[in-house]
Design a protein. Structure first.
Length: 106
């Protein structure tokens, strides 16, 4: 997994930045929302005033809470899927991305 963002918990929100080779987003905010359905997102992701994604509350196999994050923007070829996980201090969080399984077509 690769760290593509760092966030701080501020009340019920997370604020921070996302940085990859092609994305440089500061002033990123992950804010809780009231779910429209039980499967709907628990959070929305904003870069400045623009909504750029959604997140769903999850629990790891070890029982640790995290957010499953989907980022999307017209400049992206495909959506980016990541997980927001707390550091040991509980206030710092890392946004981790992994490519997933690739098929072997050698």
């Amino acid at each position: 997994m690769t760290t593509i963002g760092t966030f701080k918990a501020q009340g019920s929100e997370f604020t921070g930045e996302i940085a990859t080779l092609t994305i440089r987003a500061t002033n990123v905010r992950i804010a809780p929302v009231q779910r429209a359905t039980h499967t709907g997102p628990s959070h929305r992701v904003y870069a400045g005033q623009a909504e750029v994604g959604a997140a769903w509350s999850r629990r790891s196999k070890e029982g640790r809470p995290n957010l499953s994050v989907l980022l999307d923007d017209p400049s992206l070829i495909a959506p980016v899927y990541a997980s927001l996980l707390a550091d040991e201090d509980g206030r710092s969080h890392n946004l981790l991305w992994s490519r997933g399984n690739r098929s072997k077509a050698d």
